[in-house]
Design a protein around this ligand. Structure first.
Ligand SMILES: NC(=O)c1ccc[n+]([C@@H]2O[C@H](COP(=O)([O-])OP(=O)(O)OC[C@H]3O[C@@H](n4cnc5c(N)ncnc54)[C@H](OP(=O)(O)O)[C@@H]3O)[C@@H](O)[C@H]2O)c1
Length: 274
């Protein structure tokens, strides 16, 4: 017997309510899941930073004009934990703030990076926040930036003496994924691991919450939808860019004898809040 019209909508509403309960249950489980092997931020964050400062190390940032990169640069300029900060990019950036006056800029042609190897020489630590999207650059363009440019930069950095390479990858990165984005992220993660840096940190953030300068309609809609969910389950589906860069800086100051570290979204939240 077929349900009547009123009964039909009650069934749909019941189905939606059940789905919402199941999704909430799943998000709750994920929110409260244990963080495997979270790097411990020692009791005194300032002491760790001061120790790093005393080592007079230098670093470079790739993608310093992007959302994560510019926030990271701001944090490093503010905290001065590196004696020299170099940004490597395809165009020269201008800064009004005096605090940026010592930032060194290297403008390179990413299609001919071998000719710019000197830009990658002499940095102890490297942060790679480079990336584009398939929507913006097409499939080939996405692979060129997120794989080829990233890998080549890592190779030149390694040859130039970099000992700690930090890669901003993505939640779900997996070299055997059937999704192009996740596969490329997974492939480049694995290929950089083969370069054998003394220390290699992979950050796998979920959706980046930020006030993006570039107009990406899809991301803006997604961010609006995510905002109330983020309020209830802050560490599952997203992470503020400011938290990601704090996690990068805190992690760089940590003494860690692990050669390869993969920081998933939850660990990024924990380290970023430390
Ligand atoms: N959006 C998310 O929710 C999300 C989530 C997880 C992981 N991620 C990953 O996190 C990383 C950083 O993301 P983001 O949103 O901070 O980056 P973003 O704002 O898109 O900035 C990307 C950076 O890469 C540079 N770049 C892009 N195309 C280039 C090209 N053809 N040649 C040279 N440089 C190029 C940009 O330089 P210009 O300013 O010169 O264009 C900019 O500095 C990316 O790898 C991204 O895939 C993003």
């Amino acid at each position: 017997m077929l349900p009547g019209p009123g009964e039909g909508s009650r069934l749909v509403l019941g189905g939606v309510a059940l789905l919402l309960v199941l999704v909430s249950f799943l998000l709750h489980r994920l929110e409260h899941a244990e963080i495997p092997e979270l790097p411990r931020m020692a009791e005194n964050k300032e002491k760790l930073r001061e120790d790093l400062r005393k080592e007079n190390k230098s670093c470079f940032i790739l993608g310093a004009s992007g959302e994560t990169g510019k926030e990271l640069l701001k944090e490093l300029v503010k905290n001065r934990i590196f004696s020299k900060v170099t940004i490597v990019g395809r165009r020269k950036l201008t800064f009004d703030d005096e605090a940026y006056k010592d930032v060194v800029q290297e403008v390179v042609d990413f299609d001919r990076l071998d000719e710019y190897s000197s830009a990658f020489q002499g940095h102890d630590v490297g942060f790679c926040c480079l990336g584009t999207t398939k929507a913006k650059s097409g499939e080939a363009g996405f692979i060129r930036v997120d794989h080829d440019y990233v890998l080549k930069s890592a190779q030149l950095a390694k040859a130039g003496g970099c000992t700690h390479f930090n890669l901003q990858s993505s939640k779900g990165a997996d070299k055997s994924s059937s999704f192009l984005y996740l596969r490329v992220k997974g492939e480049v993660e694995a290929e950089i691991e083969h370069l054998d840096f003394d220390r290699y940190t992979i950050f796998r953030p979920a959706f980046l919450m930020c006030d993006r300068a570039e107009n990406r309609l899809g991301e803006r809609i997604f961010q609006t939808v995510l905002t109330p969910i983020t309020y209830l389950f802050p560490t599952v589906l997203s992470v503020p860019v400011t938290t990601v860069v704090k996690a990068m800086v805190n992690n760089a100051a940590l003494r860690n004898d692990k050669k390869v570290e993969i920081l998933e979204n939850k660990a990024i939240h924990a380290l970023g809040r430390a």
